[in-house]
Design a protein around this ligand. Sequence first.
Ligand SMILES: *Cc1c(COP(=O)(O)O)cnc(C)c1O
Length: 400
Amino acid sequence: MKTNNQKERKGYFGDFGGQYVPETLMAPLQELEKAYLKLSNDKSFKKELAGWLTNFVGRPTPLYFANQLTNKIGGAKIYLKREDLTHTGAHKINNALGQALLAKHMGKKRLIAETGAGQHGVATATVAAALGMECVVYMGTVDIERQQPNVQRMELLGATVMSVSAGSKTLKDAINEAIRDWVTNINSSHYLIGSVLGPHPYPTIVRDFQKIIGEEARRQIKEQANKLPDYLVACVGGGSNSIGLFFDFLNEKNIKIIGVEAGGFGIKSNKHAARFAGGRPGILHGTLSYVLQDKYGQITETHSISAGLDYPSIGPEHANLQQTKRVEYTHVTDEEALKAFMLLAETEGIIPALESSHAVAYAIKLAKKLPKDKIIIVNLSGRGDKDLAQAIEHIKKMKL
Ligand SMILES: *Cc1c(COP(=O)(O)O)cnc(C)c1O
C-alpha cells in the first residue's frame, strides 16, 4: 500500500501507526490487507464502488461558494465541500460503503461495528441493509441511553444493537466487545472501523475510501475559480473527513492545510479533545499515535460538545503530518463552534454538524485576516439535524 511517505516500515506513517495487537488478530489483518491490495486495483471493483457512490451515496457532493458568509466576514472566499448532502448526512458513509463492499467480495456475510454517538453505527447499518448483509453494532449502555434516536435507526435498518455493560459502558468497552466478536467469527465477519484509526491496514483503507472528497474538490474548484485553493480546513476527530479532503493536495506545497481539533472548554480546563495540544505519543486501539493520557499512560477523559470529535486518540497519519509540519493542527472551543453553527445557518441556510462547525469557526477566523482573492475550502463533514436539541440547549445556557 503506497502512502505519501512510505520510505519506512510497512504500516507506518513516519514514526506512527503499526499493528499493536494480540497475535490472534494478525491473521485476519493480513487477510484484509491482501484482499484490499487486490481489490483496490481491480477495475470491476472500482466500477462497482463508483456506481454505489453515485447512485446510493449521491456523489459527487457539491462544492458551494458561501457568498453571503464571505461578504459578512469581508476576507478570503469560503467554499464548502458539502459532505452533509450525502445519504445519511455525513462523510462516514463513504468509508462504510467501501469497506462493506470489500467485505462482501471477501465472502463475508456479516459486518461488526462499534459506535459511541451512533453515527458510525447508522452508516454501517445503512450499507449492510443496502448490500443485504447482516450487521451487529456494539454500543455501551450509557451511549444507548444517550443516543436513542440512532439506536432506533439502526434497529429499523435491520441491525442488531448489542449493549455493552462492562467498564465505563461507553465506546472503549464497545470496541473490546467488537474485537472479541471478530476474533470468534473471523470467517463470516468483517470488522468495520469508522475512522482512520486502529492497526494497519485500517488507517490506509479508510483514508483511501475518503480521499474522493479531495479529488472531487480539486476538480470543482478548478472549474469554479480556475485555480487551486490557498487553504484547506477540516475538523479532526479520528481524522477521516480531514484526511479525505487533504490527501489529494498534500503534494501541493503552496496550499496551507489546517486540521481543527475540539478545544472543549479550553486547553487549560483539561476538558477538551485536542490531542496535539494536550497529548503525547502512545498506543491506543492497536496503533501508535498521539493520545490524551495521564503521567502513568492511562487514557484521560475527553470533552467536546460534538460527539464525533470526542476521542482520546487521532489517526497515525495525522501524527506524522503534524510531526513533519505538512499540516498545522489547531483547536476551537465549544463556544466558538456554536457561534459558527448559528452564523452558517443564518447566512447560508445550512445547519452544519457540531463537528463541522469547528472547521467553519476556524475558517471564519482565518478568512478575516486574508485578502479577498484567497480561497479557503472547508469540509462540511455533516449536517446538524442530529445536534439540534443539544445545540439549542447550549446556545440558551451560554446566552449566545
Ligand atoms: C464522526 C464525524 C466526524 C469525526 O470523524 P473523523 O473521522 O475525524 O472525520 C466529523 N464530522 C461528522 C459530521 C461526523 O459524523
